[in-house]
Design a protein around this ligand. Structure first.
Ligand code: DGY
Length: 325
């Protein structure tokens, strides 16, 4: 019997994903207490044809140089900025991701942060728990209305559109900024504007762009200065899209009213001063973290890996130029 191809899965997966992989491949799965850091990744990949990894695994030129047998990298995330795409493509390695299946869950979390920041839910929660709530008061924890306001979406892709769709229930006006006009904009009643226009006009600015050279620090001091003092910034994309030090300054000086962040520039480290601010809601990168979605992502990531290693074109190939079917 021919030997089964070898794959590395850097962390455990929900559902029956690992057993599906074991039916076809020799699976190297580190134990939960065995962190696969950058150095270990290099060692583990020496004899592997497949890799199923996560956004925390940095797959750079050093890792790839030592992974001579590698044919497929299946990233269990929609964002794949952790992989050096140019180098994988040069080496003829397939890279896949898990788009679509986490769209609605991430849009839900966007709204959770937006509402929590606008209505100061974490501050209220802390007050009640610490015994600071001594009775109703007419001026207690006044926040900002959401209904009837203007929502600005930066990056009108899959997730941005799902966020926009939810805004209808709040009777909001929607502005968006995107490289190209979105074919779905009319359906959600969104108007395309420049980034500066959006920043000046929106009451809520929500970021949904992938991380790239052109979106690194897309929101810095200049952009924060353009926003209304009553505006709230939401980020569920990638931390590096915001200059976090500039955001801390803007929040400290009440240049903007608040922020809701699910992602951080140097994750899991936070910019100095961020945790001490009351006008920011912080979540630990849980945009797609629901039981159902994480299972769907795992299933899709396994499907991509199986297809790639069995010579079929994976459904979610991000570097299609590599496939010669
Ligand atoms: C993704 O898929 O890119 C998300 O950030 C994971 O939660």
């Amino acid at each position: 019997m021919p030997l089964k191809p070898k794959v590395l899965v850097t962390r455990d997966l929900p559902g029956d994903a690992i057993s599906r992989l074991r039916e076809r491949f020799q699976v190297d799965l580190p134990t939960p207490d065995e962190e696969i850091g950058h150095g270990r990744l290099v060692e583990h990949l020496e004899d592997k044809q497949g890799l199923l990894c996560f956004l925390t695994d940095r797959i750079d030129a050093d890792v790839l140089a030592n992974a001579q047998l590698l044919k497929v990298i299946s990233v269990c995330a929609v964002g794949f900025n952790n992989v050096d795409i140019k180098e994988t493509t040069r080496r003829g390695i397939f890279v896949t991701n898990t788009p679509g299946v986490l769209r609605e869950t991430t849009a839900d979390l966007t709204w959770a942060l937006l509402l929590a920041a606008a209505r100061r839910i974490p501050e209220g929660d802390r007050m009640v728990r610490s015994g600071g709530f001594v009775g109703w008061s007419p001026s207690l924890l006044l926040g900002h209305d959401v209904h009837g306001k203007t929502l600005g979406i930066v990056g009108m892709g899959d997730i941005g559109t799902a966020v926009a769709r939810r805004a209808a229930g709040f009777g909001m006006r929607i502005l968006y900024h995107n490289r190209n006009p979105s074919p779905l904009a009319a359906e959600v009643g969104a108007e395309m504007v420049s980034l500066d226009h959006l920043l000046r006009d929106a009451d809520f600015v929500s970021l949904h762009v992938p991380l790239s050279q052109s979106t690194f620090h897309l929101i810095g001091k200049r952009e924060l200065d353009m926003m209304k003092p009553t505006a709230i910034l939401i980020n569920v994309s990638r931390g590096e899209v915001i200059d976090e030090a500039a955001l801390v300054e803007a929040l400290k000086k009440d240049r903007i009213a608040g922020a809701g962040l699910d992602v951080f520039e140097n994750e899991p480290k936070l910019a100095p001063g961020l945790v001490g601010l009351a006008n920011v809601v912080l979540a630990p990168h849980i945009g797609s973290a629901s039981f159902e979605t994480r299972e769907r992502m795992a299933k899709m990531a396994v499907g991509n890996l199986v297809d790639g290693l069995e010579g079929r074109r994976p459904q979610n190939l991000v570097n299609p130029e590599v496939f010669r079917g």
